[in-house]
Design a protein around this ligand. Sequence first.
Ligand SMILES: [Zn+2]
Length: 176
Amino acid sequence: MKCPYCEADESRVIDTTHDAQGGIRRRRECKQCGRRFSTYERVLRATPLVVKANGDREAFDREKLIRGIQISCGKRPIPAADIKALVDRIETHLQQLGRDEVSSRVIGDMVIEGLKALDPIAYIRYAIVYLGLDNLTSVRNIIDGLLAEQGTTPSRGGGTPPAEGAAPGGPGAASA
Ligand SMILES: [Zn+2]
């Protein structure tokens, strides 16, 4: 580490501290001019390159991903902070994979799962574009799937259709 004052290469570490972010700060003293300075070390996590469906590779672009999600979320009551948090989760996940490259589908799938939890309309809009849905039947399938999932959510309370045939007084039910 070069001394910032005299550019000598030799310095002595006089103190080392670790911070909460996992970084290491070293207080140093130049062996030549005797002046003190600090250095800071931290782990740099790289985000893998994104491999698109057509085989092109491009750098992960956070802002572009946020813009794409915002388009699906237009006029919906979704706080900007929630979109940012979703993109943060995706970026962290990609970094934790520790790979050089990742398919753009991994990102799209995570966006779609995230939007499903945030807002059904935004989810459907994104799904139409991302999955390339080009007819009403496939859009309806997405909506049906979503409704089915919501119907089985305990918090909704309403949907208990399977229980009916198994009611106590149903003797003839099995003889179909
Ligand atoms: Zn120096």
